[in-house]
Write a protein that binds this ligand. Structure first.
Ligand code: UDP
Length: 461
């Protein structure tokens, strides 16, 4: 018997990356691994502060460590480009130190690295240190495939050499893949034109760097994105990972969860509650936020709404006058929900979502129909999956004033909750998704194959 395999797991420091990579870590622990999980200092502190039962909750096989991201304490870490620039400078050295330290007597030697596909510059460290490595992609496989095929998009005249749309009409990467709008390609949905161009070129570089990894894992399944895996066979689906489903183990939340909403859900009728949440980065302007509040009021149904402290731009109390009092009996508002448990609750009837990939997978895993309200980056593509490919949801459509009106909110909720066909499709997709992630399913087997390969190196030493 060789030494215990020990993976250095490196998420990009954002909520939608930390959660799935922590779950992947637990999966590796199930396969006999020890884990060193690397967070920025700020996220490390937030995760620790959000643990409902304190640090003793951590799995003894998962060691959380932290490094300084290089940004000043008050700087905006939601500026993903600035964050990335700093991380590229600080992360590789910190990881090298961790690896070297793990070689010291009495330490458990790090034997492999699992790196977020959005932080591929650290794969070079694995190569230099002779460690086996895998990239983990926390968005849809279709997003990864689109980035891998950028040269083809340029050749076909879909985009120019800086990633900007050359065509108005929808295109398909290959038969069977979702129809995509060139204006909604991931890099074209963030910031101004200069920023978009910069992101596009970063993604091209990152794609080259990710090729160093031996495995390219993706939190998806064959059933959910079949044609993509035929088109880009390097992408190995290992999902949907069962995030938040391990009793007593931290999910990796960066905000403290308000668990009181579970007791409130217990008091609601089965299949009655509209759950409204827009992930960790979405922001609303005051006008749209108020319209959403009035729309939820108009629905005249129970709702659970996550209003993060930073959800509304420049507003302390942005609610319409008297709103909270008027909805107090049937509306629950929390700063951060234990979303994975909320979505699994029998009272929840549908999910109004920004369509982040994790939220999408969590809704799918629980067989819920969606009301899609994408905000940026990959969320428009995820909306296409939900509404056009799997047909388990409906799109919220901004009007000519770029507002989703309260009347639309009410009519979309009413329609969705009466739509038995959509519910049935959501139920069927749930079964497929759960089957693939459980023992014997295709994603489970892929994960096992990957874990076995990573172990091999440990045994060799
Ligand atoms: N989430 C949560 N509680 C909330 C809102 C979100 O636990 O109140 C979790 C959600 O379950 C998901 C993650 O935060 O796992 C958000 O990731 P996603 O990819 O959906 O969106 P992002 O935040 O990256 O835009």
């Amino acid at each position: 018997m060789g030494q215990q395999p020990h993976a250095l797991v490196v998420p990009f420091p954002a909520q939608g990356h930390v959660i799935p990579l922590l779950e992947l870590s637990y999966c590796l622990v199930d396969h006999g691994f020890k884990i060193t999980f690397v967070n920025t200092e700020i996220n490390h502190a937030l995760i620790a502060a959000a643990l409902p039962e304190g640090p003793s909750m951590m799995d003894p096989m998962v060691r959380l460590v932290s490094f300084d991201d290089g940004l000043a304490p008050g700087e905006d870490r939601r500026d993903l480009l600035k964050l990335r620039d700093c991380l590229m400078k600080t992360m590789p050295m910190c990881l090298e130190e961790l690896i070297l330290k793990s070689h010291e007597p009495g330490e458990d030697k790090i034997t492999c690295m699992v790196v977020d596909g959005m932080a591929p510059w650290v794969l070079e460290v694995a190569r230099e240190k002779g460690l086996r490595s895998a990239a983990f992609w926390s968005m849809a496989a279709a997003v990864a495939a689109t980035i891998m095929k950028i040269p083809k998009l340029i050749e076909d005249g879909v985009i120019d050499a800086d990633g900007f749309p050359m065509k108005q009409e929808m295109f398909q990467l290959a038969p069977g893949l979702p129809l995509m709008n060139p204006a909604h390609l991931t890099w074209n949905c963030y910031g101004d034109r200069e920023t978009q161009k910069e992101i596009f070129h970063h993604l091209l570089d990152d794609d080259q760097r990710n090729r160093v990894a031996e495995f390219f894992l993706c939190n998806s399944s064959y059933d959910m994105e079949q044609p993509v895996f035929a088109y880009a066979p390097k992408i190995l689906p290992v999902g949907p990972l069962l995030t938040g489903q391990r009793l007593g183990k931290p999910v990796g939340h960066l905000w403290p969860e308000d668990r009181t909403c579970e007791a409130w859900l217990d008091q609601q009728r089965p299949n009655s509650v509209v759950y409204v949440a827009f992930g960790s980065l979405t922001t609303f302007d005051r006008g749209q936020f108020q319209e959403l509040a009035l729309g939820l009021e108009l629905c005249d149904r129970p709702f659970l709404w996550v209003v993060r402290p930073d959800l509304v731009e420049a507003a302390i109390d942005a609610y319409p006058h008297g709103f909270r009092e008027r909805v107090a009996l049937r509306g629950r508002i929390v700063g951060w929900a234990p979303q994975q448990r909320v979505l699994a609750h029998p009272s929840v009837a549908c999910f109004m979502s920004h369509c982040g990939w994790n939220s999408t997978l969590e809704g799918v895993r629980n067989g819920l129909p969606f009301l899609c309200w994408p905000y940026f980056v990959d969320q428009f593509l995820n909306q296409s999956y939900i509404c056009d490919v799997w047909r388990i949801g409906s799109k919220m459509m901004p009007d000519e004033n770029v507002i989703v009106s309260k009347e639309q909110i009410k009519s979309k909720v009413d329609e969705l909750l009466l739509d038995e066909d959509t519910r049935e499709r959501a139920r069927l997709l749930k079964e497929l998704a759960q089957k693939s992630a459980r023992n014997g399913g295709s994603s489970f087997e892929n994960l096992k194959r990957f874990a076995d390969a990573m172990k091999h190196e440990g045994d060799k030493d």
